[in-house]
Design a protein around this ligand. Structure first.
Ligand code: HEC
Length: 245
């Protein structure tokens, strides 16, 4: 079950990033939507481990009647919370390997539903030796936290880093704002593949500036996250290093 589901997710995700079909609900962009839902799922996953420990009688308190349904329903809710994330990852952004972080995130992402399928099967069949279920549950928890850590935690700490880093030069802003995670630009030694290759696009200063301010598609708006000077600096950097005026 693990292999079947993980492979299916990987094969479905084996495509270049698509340009349309993203949604953001009331988040600022699709990337923050993914991070928000993944964080909610991670929080519920912590409750899963806690309630499972209680169900197994490993906590000092008596097991209340509501703990089984609470475990079941929080697990279902966690699953639902992963769906908007999986939709964007599998069907829109696709499997990527532009950096070690992205590769690890993609691989773990494929494993989430594999681990989920394995765990649910083991619960339902009820015919495995006792330690199998906690191991499967623990594996699912570890995979989910790994996915969350390599994406949401990275995103939240990066945004804070860019704003407070006092990045001044365009190259610094480019490096600390995560532009390289989505764009290839030789001058910055980045090879992201979510957005267009900036070396090939040759954007003008005004083009970069307005795009960084407004965002678009899956690209977040950096207005309010970067100062006016930082936006000008990164626009000058990108437009001057790709050979257009
Ligand atoms: C989450 C991924 C992501 C991040 C982060 C990101 N971009 Fe983008 N960027 C995109 C995508 C996707 C597009 C294409 C959007 C579209 O299809 O309209 C794009 C488009 C662009 C364009 C092309 C504009 C045009 O007129 O065609 C420029 C220039 C650009 N980004 C620069 C940047 C810079 C500079 C940063 C960092 C401050 C950055 N991007 C951060 C995903 C990203």
């Amino acid at each position: 079950m693990f292999a079947l589901f993980a492979l299916t997710a990987g094969l479905l995700a084996a495509h270049d990033p698509r340009s349309k079909g993203y949604f953001r609900l009331y988040f600022e962009d699709p990337i923050h939507l993914k991070a928000g839902f993944a964080s909610a799922a991670a929080a519920l996953a912590c409750f899963q481990v806690f309630s499972a420990t209680w169900i197994f009688g490993k906590l000092p308190w008596r097991k209340p009647a509501w703990i089984n349904p609470a475990h079941r329903w929080s697990g279902r809710l966690a699953f639902v919370f992963t769906l908007p994330v999986a939709y964007h990852c599998i069907f829109k952004l696709g499997f990527q390997h532009s950096s070690t972080r992205v590769l690890v995130h993609s691989l773990l992402g494929c494993c989430v539903y594999g681990a989920y399928a394995a765990k649910v099967t083991i619960v339902r069949l009820r015919r495995f030796p006792v330690p199998v279920l906690p191991i499967a549950g623990g594996l699912l928890f570890a995979v989910l936290i790994g996915v969350w850590y390599s994406s949401a935690v990275w995103l939240y700490t990066r945004n804070a880093a860019a704003a407070s880093s006092g990045a001044v030069t365009g190259a610094e802003v480019f490096a600390t704002s995560g532009c390289g995670g989505c764009h290839t630009l030789k001058a910055a030694r980045s090879n992201g593949a979510v957005g267009p290759n900036l070396d090939e696009l040759h954007p003008t200063f005004a083009q970069v500036k307005s795009r960084v301010q407004e965002g678009g598609g899956v690209m977040p708006s950096f207005r309010g996250k970067l100062s006016e000077q930082q936006i000008d600096a990164v626009a000058r950097f990108v437009s001057s290093r790709t050979g257009s005026p």
